[in-house]
Ligand binder design. Structure first.
Ligand code: NDP
Ligand code: OXD
Length: 316
């Protein structure tokens, strides 16, 4: 139970109903949905998803910001974030969901789901060539918590794996590339591109026509494929449509979009070779994460270090 001496939590969420988070965090702490006035001294912690810009800088005693997601671009969208530690989500079940999503989409592209669904609507009984995983290279942009787990699962299925990171990362069974200098070589040997990067100033708009044009198209699958479950702001959707329509890309699976929800006017919805999901690849589960945040707060108050801290300089 909360006691009056304990710092309160501000729960600042837009875009969905935070009721479940409120219930779970309230089991141990007093939780506010808005500060009590312009300089509320009672709030020590903030738990946020797309919070109201400016609200955090009004809190004189704020000690830690907890992101409800693994990505923290929603926090830095506010240009006035106080200089306190930011903790992001790292959780086994989130990683598992993302691994399932990536494996699902890679296998659907490899095993020609688009072709078979089309054949079924036309009642066509035809087996196209089935290239094995061992002849297909999946290139993963971002080998962090999520990218590494996806790489391990795809590797176990026999796919060849390339990884692209900001700093050099060595991972067994993965051909590693890093930095701007490593990008061209990474793309040139990638058939299926999986994007699991954070959105930062350095990655914004990186998935454009020139990048897609650099993927390997002359391969056993007869073209290049894009899977983006990182962030929509990494991609230029007009470039993706152009690449699909001129054969630069064969198919795309997109979980994230420049604007969310995706506009009903977007041509991506009805493109026959695009698979759309509503930012649902790996959803933060409050039942799993709220206790984790409360445990971190308790450890922090005992003077122990916080885990899963964001590097403000790098932006993720
Ligand atoms: P991590 O911080 O663990 O990993 C990020 C990876 O991206 C690292 O390998 C990092 O390189 C690399 N990276 C960052 N900037 C650059 C750059 N400029 N150039 C090259 N590589 C770069 O993040 P997670 O794996 O936990 O999550 C990744 C992203 O997935 C999140 O930021 C979020 O946007 C997205 N996400 C989407 C969800 C969904 O449902 N669609 C759910 C959860 C997360 P290095 O190793 O050198 O640091
Ligand atoms: C996240 C997300 O960043 O849900 O965790 O996208």
């Amino acid at each position: 139970m909360s006691s009056p001496s304990q710092g309160r939590i501000l729960l600042s969420v837009t875009g969905y109903n935070p009721r479940r988070w409120f219930e779970l965090l309230s089991r141990e702490r007093s939780v506010a949905l808005e500060p009590d006035g312009p300089a509320d001294p009672s709030i020590d912690y903030a738990v946020v998803w797309k919070h109201r810009p400016g609200v955090l800088s009004t809190l004189p005693n704020l000690k830690v910001i907890f992101s409800i997601g693994a990505g923290v671009d929603h926090i830095f969208a506010d240009t006035d974030v106080p200089n306190v530690p930011i903790v992001r989500v790292v959780a086994d079940n989130l990683t598992q969901y993302m691994t399932e999503y990536v494996v699902w989409r890679v296998l659907d592209h490899q095993r020609q789901g688009v072709t078979y669904r089309d054949q079924q609507t036309r009642k066509v009984w035809f087996e196209p060539p089935q290239p094995p995983a061992t002849e297909i290279a999946v290139g993963i942009m971002g080998l962090g918590q999520l990218g590494r787990a996806a790489a391990r699962a795809l590797r176990a299925l026999g796919f060849r794996i390339n990884g692209w990171t900001r700093t050099r990362q060595d991972m067994e069974g993965v051909d590693g590339f890093h930095g701007e200098d490593g990008l061209a070589a990474f793309l040139a040997r990638t058939d299926i591109l999986v994007v699991l990067l954070p959105h930062t100033p350095a990655t914004e708009g990186i998935i454009g026509y020139d990048l897609l044009r650099s993927l390997r198209r002359d391969n056993v699958l007869g073209g290049a494929f894009l899977i983006n479950a990182g962030r929509g702001m990494l991609q230029k959707e007009t470039d993706i449509l152009r690449a699909l329509d001129d054969g630069t890309l064969k198919e795309a699976s997109l979980d994230v979009f420049e604007q969310e929800p995706l506009s009903v006017d977007s041509l991506l919805w009805s493109h026959p070779r695009v698979f759309v999901t509503p930012h649902a690849a790996a959803t933060s589960d409050p039942g799993h994460l709220a206790p984790q945040m409360l445990a971190q707060i308790a450890r922090f108050e005992r003077g122990e270090p916080l885990e899963n801290l964001v590097d403000r300089q790098a932006g993720y």
